[in-house]
Design a protein around this ligand. Structure first.
Ligand code: IPM
Ligand code: MG
Length: 355
């Protein structure tokens, strides 16, 4: 198959980790006889420097016209003082909205090889950690009005029934393909938008009688994720709660550097990115963990290109690399072999086999 992939290297460690993911994609293309064409897209701080805009229209168009988008990370201290609507992160938000990718899927799964890297007690880890956070990605407070008037700042949080329903359906469908347990997370003891959220989820539940729906307040959920993560199968939640809970969920699996994500909307053109940021403190030092980006590329193959075998080959290669005892600095532990970003990519490539 021929696929056109828009590639956003971005800022900080973005270019390094994306390089490794592209090496992996090239290896898959070679083994399975595909052609992946890459188009570079400027977004984030580098786009501000080059075009004076974190995501010029022309760059967004390249993404919308592609078969899917692979993204490293954007942002950095250098652009802290630019106005809010021109920040690097604004490019990312405009990209998500412009592509219409309302459903963000963030798995929290412990690799058995990394059980020691989890900050949780062994007895909790041994119960198992394998759940998915389905995060609404293009609504809520991220996309409400933002303004500062004199000494007062305002950020508006809005959700319509239709916006809740479409993400709710993804939550139910995702649970249906797994262990059929969906936990809807909100703050309905305080927020109107959360009360509407809960109401819509319960209406939808009637259409999915095979899925067990539960409700949980977000503060309690934050606690339950560290107390008893094994209880979760699929969590569905709004944009900002999902942002916060997915960082927490990633950490209990060992490292945020290992976690990929997919974002999809009405079409198969998706956005694939690791859930971590641009880590400017370690940029350019060849110490970043590229696995989150490499696994995001695997998700692209699976969910946008329907290349399940190829995606399996990448995931098995990551597992083989961990089995062989290699670790980047973020997950390093005693007795393991420390590797840099490039070496990590090379080792994973060596483990890719056509089954
Ligand atoms: C994420 C990031 C982004 C978000 C930032 C960089 C805007 O934290 O993808 O989780 O908040 O969505
Ligand atoms: Mg985040």
């Amino acid at each position: 198959m021929v696929k056109n992939i828009a590639v956003i290297r971005g800022d900080g460690i973005g270019p390094e980790i994306v390089n490794e993911a592209l090496k992996v994609l090239d290896k898959v293309a070679e083994l399975y006889g595909h052609t992946f064409n890459y188009t570079d897209v400027d977004m984030g701080g580098c786009a501000i420097d080059k075009h004076g805009d974190p995501l010029p229209e022309s760059e967004l168009n390249k993404c919308v016209k592609s078969d899917s988008v692979l993204l490293g990370a954007v942002g950095g201290n250098k652009w802290n003082d630019v106005p809010g609507n021109m920040r690097p992160e604004k490019g990312l938000l405009r990209l998500r909205a412009g592509m219409g990718v309302y459903s963000n899927n963030r798995p929290a799964k412990i690799w058995p090889q990394l059980a020691d890297a989890s900050p949780l007690k062994k007895s909790i880890v041994d119960e198992g950690i394998d759940f998915i956070i389905v995060r609404e990605l293009i609504g809520g407070i991220y996309f409400g009005e933002h303004k500062t008037v004199d000494d007062t700042a305002i950020d508006v949080l809005t959700y319509s029934e239709a916006e809740i329903e479409r993400i709710g359906r993804i939550g139910f469908e995702t649970a249906r393909k797994r262990n059929k347990k969906l936990c809807s997370v909100e703050k309905s003891n305080v927020l109107d938008s959360s009360r509407l959220w809960r109401k819509v989820m319960h209406l939808l539940a009637k259409e999915y009688p095979d899925v067990e729906l539960s409700d949980m307040l977000v503060d309690n959920c934050a606690m339950q994720i560290v107390k008893n993560p094994a209880q979760f199968d699929v969590i569905v939640t709004e944009n900002m709660f999902g942002d916060i809970l997915s960082d927490e969920a990633s950490m209990i699996t060992g490292s945020i550097g290992m976690i990929p994500s997919s974002s999809l909307g009405a079409t198969t053109c998706g956005l694939y990115e690791p859930i971590h940021g641009s880590a400017p403190d370690i940029a350019g030092k060849d110490v970043a963990n590229p696995v989150g980006t490499i696994l995001s590329a695997a998700m692209m193959l699976r969910y946008s290109f329907d290349m399940n075998e190829e995606a399996d080959a990448i995931e098995n290669a990551v597992s083989g690399y961990l089995d062989a005892g290699y670790r980047t600095a973020d997950i390093m532990s005693e007795g393991m072999t420390l590797v840099g970003c490039k070496q990590c990519g090379d080792l994973i490539i060596n483990h890719i086999k056509k089954e």
